[in-house]
Design a protein around this ligand. Structure first.
Ligand code: CA
Length: 257
């Protein structure tokens, strides 16, 4: 019934490339590999992959730039592989368009878990570059979705089915991760979502499964939240939407603003 999913591995280190290829192949993907950034962009354009793993340090163009170029025509799920955990903040802050980050060395099991989480995510983002998002006929696969998947709060409108967000009538362009975080908070209302909750949400796990959450995972939620705040034009001190609960997590700011 369903055609094989396509994976693309962009990595110049042969050992890692073969390791990642093996993980993706085991997960049921048709895998293509590329050893440089420009080859990777070309392959992404030709193959329209569902998932791309992308090495940050490539011999020609770096991973940020590769990701940006791919994002111009693809909404593939991009996992960036980085050499050091400390690079993580910089990475996410640069808004390269990657969906997830993994620090080397990583265990194959860890990559498998990320890929499995990715496969649970709905793929309903409008194609990059299209002005009008296509209306999806498919039922919303939101797992914990409530009602019709439409939320309005303090001038913000989120529609899950069309994956669209507008503030005071102005359409916003959010990454998949930012969208999911915003959706999770709107859905929870005034209930606090801990950072671990949100990490699990991004993996499409239940909130209480007890899977391992690293400090880097939580930190990455903080940075994505910071980017989301910037895009919304929200203030951490006087939040209209995203209220930080110190040392715990986030919740929706009260209504009426
Ligand atoms: Ca490399």
């Amino acid at each position: 019934m369903s055609e094989a999913r396509v994976g693309l591995v962009i990595e110049d280190d042969q050992d890692i490339r073969e390791l990642v290829r093996a993980v993706l192949t085991q997960a049921g993907f048709d895998v293509t590999v590329a050893g440089s950034g420009s080859e990777g962009v070309k392959a992404a354009r030709a193959l329209n992959p569902d998932v791309i793993t992308l090495d940050l340090g490539l011999p020609d163009i770096d991973g940020f730039e590769v990701s940006r170029q791919i994002r111009e025509f693809s909404d593939a799920y991009i996992v960036m592989l980085t050499a050091r955990a400390e690079e993580l903040d910089t990475l996410i802050g640069l808004e390269s368009g990657a969906d997830d980050y993994l620090t080397k060395p990583f265990r194959p099991r860890e990559l498998r878990a990320r890929i499995a989480a990715m496969m649970r995510r709905p793929r309903a983002l409008p194609d990059a570059g299209e002005s009008a998002p296509p209306v999806s006929d498919r039922p919303v696969d939101a797992g914990t979705g409530s009602g019709n998947g439409h939320y309005s709060h303090n001038g913000l409108d989120l529609n899950y089915a069309s994956r669209s967000v507008a503030v005071d009538g102005q359409e916003l362009n959010l990454t998949r991760t930012e969208f999911e975080l915003l959706y999770a908070l709107l859905e929870a209302g005034r209930t606090v979502r801990t950072k671990s909750d949100l990490v699990r949400r991004l993996r499409y796990e239940d909130y209480d499964v007890g899977s391992y959450i690293s400090e880097a995972d939580e930190r990455s939620v903080e940075v994505h939240m910071g980017n989301l705040r910037k895009k919304l034009g929200d203030s951490p001190q006087q939040p209209r939407w995203l209220q930080t609960v110190r040392g715990v997590g986030y919740r929706l700011a009260p209504g009426g603003r």
